[in-house]
Ligand binder design. Structure first.
Ligand code: PLP
Length: 427
């Protein structure tokens, strides 16, 4: 592979882009080998710079629920682009997108569009602090909320360890405003509130975790967070950047029947273009400028091309309702992977929720970040590369969610399982 076009491009990229990439995980450091440079995508497939085809289960990390290059989305984006790529002024289509989001997630009474999930989360945290007059935020180890400074904190050892920075360049004092608790541990959350209740502005959570691999919320966990935050007058923020429109037409909040105070959206809502959003009750959102004192802005926020793509994507999801079929396919895939792993004597855990899944190379069950840390990442790296060689593109890191799109079919799954049979190493 060292003489492939991808490898040559990577060497060239490293001379001008940091680490050869524009987002660190793309460098394949977690799985070894050269990153594959992509040339095009269509439906469930990616084509790389060497002309090799892959069945794609990474799907740009979540946005491509309808697969690559869906005609209707391209047409909508082209129509918008022809009318002008950006105005820095209000447009009718962004109102239509806001209305569609509100109709799908009733907890959104007012919202604001941004360009990335990071921005949406950063703004929601700022707003929560302004609304409550408090500074601290509870997050859960293994949940990722974008590269917001104060949320880049390490997993603490004790239940209520104050965060220390997980990235250079984050002031200790900022990380110290974050309490990092174990996912699915309501008791730890209860203790934190009884000790620091008056300081905590918000609890932010991925309602289904996708960034430590797929980990479902334990029964009662999300409900418990809702009750605790309400009792202590803190806000509950659902980071639905992955789960929004991934599990159903709406949010995980619709499935679990929980009304968060604030919600962050991203990925799918932009139909593959850069677009995200945050919103919540009118009373809270009215604190955002120009109505209120919380400043937040963006030159390309609500960009017409991204809005057009997002609207087209939501319209297709609503019309086609691909969710039940994707869920069936993924059950089949996960069951097949489990059987192949068993035959090879490979100790794995397979988690799936809706159309997201993770194959953990781990002998024991996983419910939070510390149990996910027990995975054999090297084994995943070998599996990943063996699948890649056979034309299956998984996320290039163990603790990430893999996704299915509505463009995948059972023939793709059969090929994937056949590849997996060879990729699992005999014990
Ligand atoms: C991807 C992601 C983000 C960050 O979104 P970007 O668009 O990459 O900034 C935030 N939260 C969650 C849960 C995510 O998966």
């Amino acid at each position: 592979m060292a003489d492939s076009r991808s490898a040559a491009l990577f060497r060239r990229a490293c001379r001008s882009l940091v680490g050869g990439v524009n987002s660190p995980v793309r460098a394949f450091k977690a799985v070894g080998g050269f990153p594959v440079f992509m040339e095009s995508g269509k439906g469930a497939y990616l084509k790389d710079a060497d002309g090799r085809r892959y069945i794609d289960y990474c799907l740009s990390w979540g946005p491509l629920i309808l697969g690559h290059a869906r005609e209707e989305i391209i047409a909508a984006a082209q129509r918008a682009l022809k009318k002008g790529s950006t105005f820095g002024a209000a447009t009718e289509m962004e109102v239509a997108l806001a209305e569609a989001l509100k109709a799908a997630l009733p907890s959104l009474e007012l919202l604001r569009l941004t360009s990335s999930g990071t921005e949406a989360v950063m703004s929601a945290i700022r707003l929560a602090r302004a609304h409550t007059g408090r500074d601290w935020v509870i997050k859960f180890a293994g949940c990722y909320h974008g590269h917001v400074d104060s949320l880049l904190v390490q997993a603490g050892s004790g239940a209520t360890t104050l965060g220390t920075p997980d990235s250079a360049g984050v002031p200790r004092a900022w990380a110290a405003t974050t309490l990092n608790l174990p996912y699915n541990d309501l008791q730890a959350c209860r203790r934190a509130f009884s000790k620091y209740g008056g300081k905590i502005a918000a609890v932010i959570v991925e309602p289904v975790a996708g960034n430590m691999g797929v980990v479902a919320p334990a029964p009662g966990f999300l409900q418990g967070l809702r009750e605790l935050t309400r009792a202590h007058k803190a806000l509950l923020i659902f980071d639905e950047v992955i789960t929004g429109f991934r599990l159903c037409y709406g949010g995980a909040q619709s499935l679990f029947n929980i009304r968060p105070d604030l919600t962050c959206l991203g990925k799918i809502v932009g139909g593959g273009l850069p677009l995200a959003a945050y919103g919540g009750s009118r009373k809270i959102m009215e604190r955002v400028a120009p109505l209120g004192p919380v400043y937040q802005a963006g030159t390309l926020s609500g960009n017409p091309v991204a809005v057009a793509a997002g609207l087209a994507c939501l319209k297709l999801l609503k019309e086609e309702n691909p969710y039940p079929r994707m869920e069936q396919l993924i059950m089949h895939l996960v069951q097949g992977l489990r059987e192949e792993a068993e035959k090879a004597g490979s100790a794995v855990q397979l988690h799936s929720v809706g159309s997201m899944f993770t194959l953990f190379f781990c002998p024991s069950s996983i419910s939070d970040y510390s149990s996910a840390q027990r995975c054999d990442r090297a084994a995943y790296g070998r599996f990943f590369n063996a699948m890649l060689r056979q034309g299956v593109y998984l996320p290039p890191a163990q603790l990430e969610a893999a996704f299915l799109s509505s463009a995948h079919d059972s023939a793709d799954l059969t090929l994937t399982l056949r590849a997996a049979r060879r990729a699992f190493e005999p014990a």
